[in-house]
Design a protein around this ligand. Structure first.
Ligand code: UD1
Length: 380
């Protein structure tokens, strides 16, 4: 019997995790379908990733769009309940930590459909972050927990999950990175932006704690404007940050700095072509902390904490927070070529998606045997 697995995606960071899982599923003859909640809906935040990463059209697109956390999460749940009831997947795979992740896990679990969480076990211990709540709730109810690194296993075991429910599969986003890097490097992005390899920084910011608060955003912006006095900075602006930059009167200040280029959100290949040839990256993103570690590029994380500590303990990441002096200090080290060196963590080898499929099929095989056993016991 063919196994039917649904992977749920909604927001930009989900797409690069789902793409290699889909490809591995097809190779193994699994009936794998992608369901898109529509949490992100702009072409630049969604469709371009499907095209570039070779993903098929989602079989269902819910189109939930934006809203408060409650509205967005509830709309995703209402939409997915119908889809799961109609299609009866054997397993629902949720990825990452966005609202679509937790919403899908809740709906599947209440319909008694087994839930797999890809990228389980990450913890920032910061409950002000909506993603931390999403991670914790998703992991508590997931049946199969696939971690990107062993710190994830340790967190889950400490929270009472069983050893059998956890498999360290490595970092699936790095599968996408390694597969697409040659294509990304062929692009003329640097020439188009008049940048020189190794002589510019890439900046991204979209965390509510940084961009929704005027004082915090202005403080970080001041620090960044100072760094741009020394090195060109290229800043693809997330819609949330763009809105608030306008609101707080920061757009003009960035735009009028001759060393700063503000860009619309970029597709995966263009963005990776920029990141992979940069001197360093400044970011509050989660995924970018991992991608820079895999690429050996110094990363300055503009957050007080990280759910991906391995990028700091083993990789090239430095967690600096939003203090202007600290940001400057770390950037000065990098600019004088004393930036952090790192190594690529174990199992970030481009083969995580294969291990994910193996773990899922093994889990479903064991589940099937358990059901048969229970059914025969009920007959006697
Ligand atoms: C979401 C995720 C975050 C992830 C980020 C990546 C949650 C809680 N947060 O945050 O973990 O790092 O995606 O981008 O799930 N908007 C657009 N066009 C779009 C999508 C959003 O203009 O295609 C606007 C919305 O109108 C909204 C804002 O951007 O005002 C934020 O969108 P939302 O999906 O709520 O959260 P993100 O900040 O993108």
């Amino acid at each position: 019997m063919t196994i039917r697995i649904f992977t749920i995606v909604g927001a930009r960071p989900n797409f690069m995790k789902a793409a290699p899982i889909h490809a591995a599923a097809i190779r193994k003859g699994v009936d794998h379908r992608i369901i898109h909640t529509g949490q992100h809906y702009d072409e630049a935040m969604s469709k371009i990733f499907f095209d570039e990463l070779g993903m098929p059209e989602p079989v269902v697109y819910l189109g939930v769009g934006s809203g408060s956390h409650a509205v967005q999460t509830a709309n995703i749940m209402i939409g997915l309940e119908k889809v799961f009831m109609e299609h009866e997947p054997d397993l629902v795979n949720v990825v990452g930590d966005v609202n679509s992740t937790v919403a899908a896990a809740l709906v599947a679990k209440k319909l008694h459909i087994p839930v797999c969480h890809t990228e389980a076990g990450l913890r920032s211990r910061d409950l002000q972050m909506p993603e931390e709540i999403n991670r914790m709730v998703t992991d508590v109810i997931s049946d199969l927990l696939l971690t990107p690194s062993v710190d994830g296993d340790e967190n889950l075991l400490a929270e009472g999950k069983t050893r059998e429910s956890i498999v360290c599969v490595g970092n699936v986003m790095i599968d996408t990175l390694f597969m697409n890097l040659p294509k990304a490097k062929e692009l003329n992005t640097l020439e188009e932006l008049s940048l020189k390899e190794g002589n510019y920084a890439v900046l991204t910011m979209h965390r509510p704690s940084n961009v929704d608060d005027e004082t915090a955003f202005t403080r970080v912006a001041n620090a960044l404007l100072k760094i741009a006095d020394q090195i060109p900075v290229v800043f693809p602006v997330h819609p949330r940050a763009a809105k608030n930059m306008d609101k707080f009167g920061l757009t003009n200040r960035f735009e009028s700095h001759q060393n700063i280029q503000l860009l619309k959100p970029l597709g995966y290949l263009e963005f990776m072509s920029l990141v992979s040839r940069s001197k360093f990256v400044l970011t509050d993103s989660g995924g970018l902390q991992e991608e820079t570690t895999a690429l050996g590029i110094p990363c300055v994380t503009l957050r007080e904490n990280t759910e991906r500590p391995i990028t700091a303990t083993e990789g090239t990441n430095t967690i600096v927070g939003t203090d202007a002096n600290k940001i400057d200090e770390v950037c000065q080290d990098i600019l004088s070529d004393k930036g952090k060196q790192g190594r690529v963590p174990e199992l970030w080898d481009g083969k995580a998606s294969e291990r994910i499929l193996d773990a899922m099929t093994k889990f479903l095989g064991a589940n099937e045997r358990e059901h048969v056993k229970m059914a025969s016991q009920n007959k006697t």
